[in-house]
Design a binder for this molecule. Structure first.
Ligand SMILES: CC(C)(COP(=O)(O)OP(=O)(O)OC[C@H]1O[C@@H](n2cnc3c(N)ncnc32)[C@H](O)[C@@H]1OP(=O)(O)O)[C@@H](O)C(=O)NCCC(=O)NCCS
Length: 179
């Protein structure tokens, strides 16, 4: 499984990525809206060990590395939760020093297009904290609709937080205005 965009290569995360993952995922401030913030290489190894090794298997998470084509640097990851045969949930992280440059948009567009066009998925969702304004901006730019707002429904990093669900249907994707 590999996707290529203008500036990026998206390929499965590998054991060798663990140092880079620890470096951008352990930043607790940047990742304050995330459920998983590793503190040690062991934490990353356990995380990598739990990931699906096969793409598109219901009830598993598959994690793609977001790699800068020119520098070959791992600059983030995109998590794909295959909820069932037809529905998928996305999660995404871009390293702090590479944020604000359109990389999440570029990577997510390629993944969404692949999921709808090649794998014929019906619906893609995302679950985010409404205070995560970068994530809200990203999803709305990609054409996701806000479907639900659960109040203090998740206990994350020692506090109760809201959870907002965004979704995008295959037919909405086909009819979208090109970004
Ligand atoms: C959310 C995240 C992946 C966005 O990555 P990114 O590569 O910076 O996003 P992009 O550069 O593609 O920007 C996408 C849109 O979000 C906007 N945006 C990005 N960062 C923003 C910020 N801090 N504040 C407001 N808007 C922001 C951009 O302006 C852009 O919209 P525009 O083109 O209309 O201007 C990144 O901020 C991140 O990794 N955050 C930490 C991890 C996280 O919270 N992940 C989501 C968990 S659900």
């Amino acid at each position: 499984m590999q996707l290529t965009t203008q500036r990026l290569i998206l390929r499965p995360l590998e054991a060798n990525d663990k140092h880079a993952i620890l470096s951008y995922r352990s930043d607790a401030e940047t990742n304050r809206y995330q459920g998983w913030i590793p503190k040690t290489l062991d934490d990353v190894e356990i995380f990598l060990g739990k990931l699906a090794t096969e793409f598109n298997v219901p009830d598993t998470w598959f994690q793609l590395a977001v790699v800068d084509k020119s520098s070959k640097e791992l600059i983030g990851d995109i998590g794909i939760h295959f909820i069932d045969e037809q529905q998928v949930e996305l999660g995404y992280t871009i390293a702090k020093q590479h944020q604000g440059l359109g990389f999440a948009t570029e990577a997510a567009l390629a993944v969404i297009d692949y999921l709808f066009t090649e794998l014929k998925k019906h619906r893609i969702t995302a679950s985010i904290d409404p205070e995560n304004i970068a994530s809200v901006a990203l999803l709305e730019k990609l054409g996701f609709r806000k479907e639900a707002h659960f109040v203090e429904s998740l206990f994350l990093n020692d506090k109760w937080v809201d959870d907002v669900i965004y979704a995008l249907l295959a037919r909405e994707w086909r009819n979208r205005q090109l970004i």
